[in-house]
Write a protein that binds this ligand. Structure first.
Ligand SMILES: Cc1cc2nc3c(=O)[nH]c(=O)nc-3n(C[C@H](O)[C@H](O)[C@H](O)COP(=O)(O)OP(=O)(O)OC[C@H]3O[C@@H](n4cnc5c(N)ncnc54)[C@H](O)[C@@H]3O)c2cc1C
Length: 404
């Protein structure tokens, strides 16, 4: 019998396992991950950015966890020798109509306690000589990290604290017992007094298995990236972002210097026809039908038809993708970029067509379900883990094992 079993070995599940082990050193803890490696899905296919927290509504979990998380992530990387760099970023307006939105973003940065500075096009050029813009913001605390290595380190620390790690272990069903839950997996049963669902792209399904209605469905949005060919990496020194469309939850295609020195451009945001569908041709009937029969999806599609169509065009046409990049760096040419990896975002969507904006953590009976942990959850992972520890009963307050 375990005290706490965490479903999902992405950065959120592993950070949570680590935080529980730290708080309750004598607790019996296990992390179950269906893949053969940690951080196999969202965590291992993201942009690798330590976000500052500038974008998020003040007082939201995202704003708080991201701002604090950026600091704790950098400290964690320093402490454990994980490659990272606090290189800062620029957000630039390239059209007149973006100027008021850039100003709002600047004010939001100040409201969120982020160190930001308005900069002129000339000052932008001092940081990023190849960018053409009308105005910019410098965000100092943005950085880059290797989140696969961060996750691996979280896993090692869980083991050092005495926790169990189970790869290749897929939760298939949750059977409620009077004082515990039995997690039925392909590797046998795990009985636990508390379940923590950090299953990312499958978190809504796991919540339902645990008899919790998250009131939102996960809709998968694929983000495809190009990479600058090595000879053109000189075009980007740090991270270059456009002003995001406030009606759309994603940040717009941008340039990101990665921690290995490569420069990625993207990601776009297209509906994925499979929850873990990394290729355009990937298709899963169950995943597809669930989206198509979900009224919230059609409401979202009707509201964002223009943006959605642009994203689909950008996905199928390299020329369209490159045109978006040229808004930031006019001299980028089609032959300068080659397709690279893709990631799939788990974005929770409500019945009324509204995307769940904030992190969503739902309480069950001796259970916690993380039902929306999109970007910046990698940055915020240490803070999300700590917050979950506050929400779960301590081992003394968990029901005693009388089932057997
Ligand atoms: C394209 C893209 C770019 C992003 N860029 C950034 C960024 O730059 N900075 C940032 O902070 N955030 C970024 N994010 C967001 C960030 O990557 C995610 O918010 C974060 O990785 C979520 O972590 P997670 O542990 O919740 O999910 P995941 O990493 O997806 O982990 C969930 C795990 O649960 C496992 N699982 C699912 N079902 C089961 C089951 N039944 N049994 C056992 N295991 C199961 C899965 O295999 C998976 O490994 C980005 C995301 C994407 C997709």
């Amino acid at each position: 019998m375990y005290d706490y079993v965490i479903i999902g070995g992405g950065i959120v599940g592993l950070s949570t396992g680590m935080a529980i082990g730290k708080r309750y050193p004598n607790a019996r803890i296990a992390v179950l991950e269906k893949e053969s490696k940690w951080a196999f899905h969202q965590t291992g296919n993201n942009s690798g950015v330590i976000h500052s927290g500038i974008y998020y509504k003040p007082e939201s979990f995202k704003a708080k966890f991201c701002r604090d998380g950026a600091t704790s992530m950098v400290e964690f990387c320093k402490e454990h020798g994980i490659p990272h760099e606090v290189c800062g970023k620029v957000i630039v307006a390239t059209e007149e109509e973006e100027l008021p939105r850039l100003e709002n973003l600047y004010k939001r940065g100040l409201d969120n306690g982020i160190q930001v500075k308005k900069i002129t096009p000339e000052e932008v050029k001092e940081i990023e000589p190849h960018v053409n813009c009308l105005a910019g913001i410098r965000v100092y605390s943005t950085g880059i990290a290797d989140y696969k290595k961060v996750s691996q380190k979280y896993a090692e620390l869980i083991e050092q604290q005495g926790g169990e790690l189970h790869l290749n272990t897929k939760v298939l069903n949750i059977r409620a017992m009077p004082n515990s839950d039995v997690l039925e997996t392909n590797k046998g049963n795990f009985e636990t007094r508390c379940v923590i669902n950090c299953a990312g792209l499958h978190s809504d399904r796991i919540a339902k298995l645990g008899n919790v209605d998250p009131k939102a469905k996960i809709v998968p949005f694929r983000g495809e990236y190009y990479e600058l060919v090595p000879e053109k990496r000189y075009l980007v020194n740090t991270l270059i972002y456009p002003v995001p469309n406030p009606d759309f939850p994603f940040l717009g295609v941008h340039f990101t210097k990665m921690i290995d020195g490569s420069v990625h451009a993207g990601p776009n945001a297209v509906l994925s026809l499979k929850r873990e569908g990394y290729k355009k041709t990937d298709f899963d009937l169950r995943d597809f039908m669930e989206v198509m029969t979900f009224p919230g999806f059609w409401k979202l599609a009707a509201k964002n038809a223009d943006e959605g169509i642009k994203e689909i065009i950008r996905s199928f046409s390299k020329a369209a993708f490159v045109r978006s990049l040229q808004r930031l760096i006019p001299e980028v040419q089609s032959e300068d970029v080659i397709p690279t990896h893709a990631g799939v975002r788990a974005q929770a969507l409500m019945d009324d067509g509204k995307l769940v904006d904030d992190f969503l953590i739902v309480q069950g009976h001796n259970a916690v379900h993380v039902c929306n942990a999109p970007s910046p959850a990698a940055t915020s992972s240490l803070e999300i883990g700590k917050a979950i520890v506050e929400q779960i009963p301590s081992p003394e307050h968990l029901p005693s094992a009388v089932n057997a």
